[in-house]
Design a protein around this ligand. Structure first.
Ligand code: SAM
Length: 271
């Protein structure tokens, strides 16, 4: 046990973070929480966890900063290519067929837990390539991390971070800048970044596709189930849900149907 974070303090902070975000800390990742708390105390020039707790109960911005600091933001362009193959080969053709007849011809995607933007920009680039003429789309990209949202909005990625982006996409959707690449404005305006905590209702409705990949893994089962229920409410009839390839709704008793295609597995809201 550490001198800095007693069992009682660990419980107090663990519960607060869980209640506020769904993010779950256990004995195995306790040291991460401890180091993030040390950083926050140093930053705020406070010398006790009790004083810091008093601060976050009245200062909502600082609470947001703490929540931001405990998130894991690893991401990359075209992460799990199989999902994007399934979007191109199965999901878009299905949606175009279903929504085409007399519909608005606009598809709505949500990247929930978008981190620094690589996922929603990948979706936007792919849709630009594969949607038939006469169709449009929008991608809403949300996260609980304000730092990540700022990076996404700015849309500048250092050289190392664009590895995995095909050459033709780099040429078409990015401008070369010193040390990296900037997303072109024409693509940027198709992605709307917004702060949103998956503990709450997003207010979004009628979505055709929701991506929530590698986010639920940080939640316990109750928080996962609550988030999944909210996705159901946000989604249109006959729409699709993608979660991370190491995540599953198995045993969760949701209304989503499991879909297995030649490219990838995902879920469908059928009704
Ligand atoms: C590992 S990243 C995944 C990024 C991207 N979806 C991907 O698969 O590459 C997880 C993201 O989920 C966000 N997150 C965690 N808890 C959240 C919550 N309660 N509400 C919204 N976003 C959350 C984190 O801030 C982080 O950016």
């Amino acid at each position: 046990m550490s001198d800095f974070l007693s069992d009682a303090d660990f419980e107090l902070y663990r519960k607060l973070i869980y209640d506020e975000s769904g993010i779950t800390f256990s004995a195995t990742n306790r040291s991460i929480l401890e180091s993030r708390l040390k950083e926050r105390l140093r930053e705020k020039k406070l010398d006790s966890l009790t004083a810091y707790f008093a601060l976050i109960t009245k200062d909502h911005e600082e609470l947001k900063t703490l929540l931001d600091s405990v998130t894991t933001n690893l991401t990359r362009f075209f992460r799990n290519q199989a999902h994007f193959d399934a979007i191109e080969k199965f999901v878009v053709p299905e949606l175009v067929k279903m929504r085409g007849a007399g519909g608005e011809r606009k598809l709505r995607f949500w990247s929930a837990g978008c981190s620094t933007g690589e996922e929603p920009y990948t979706i936007a680039m792919l849709l630009k390539e594969v949607l038939p003429a006469g169709w449009s789309f929008e991608v809403v990209a949300s996260d609980i991390s304000l730092k990540c949202l700022m990076v996404g909005k700015e849309g500048f990625y250092a050289d190392a971070r664009v590895q995995g982006v095909p050459e033709n996409y780099l040429a078409k959707y990015f401008d070369r800048k010193p040390g990296g690449y900037a997303i072109k404005d024409e693509l940027k305006k198709l992605v709307r970044f917004d702060y949103h905590n998956l503990k709450n209702d997003s207010g979004l409705r009628n979505l055709d596709v929701v991506f929530c990949r590698n986010v639920l893994i940080y939640f316990d089962e109750a928080a996962q189930k609550a988030a999944i229920e909210r996705f159901w409410e946000a989604m249109a009839p006959k729409s699709f849900l993608f979660i991370g390839h190491s995540e599953s709704l198995f045993g969760m008793n949701t209304r989503f149907e499991f879909v297995k295609t030649d490219w990838a597995c995902f879920y469908r809201k059928f009704i």
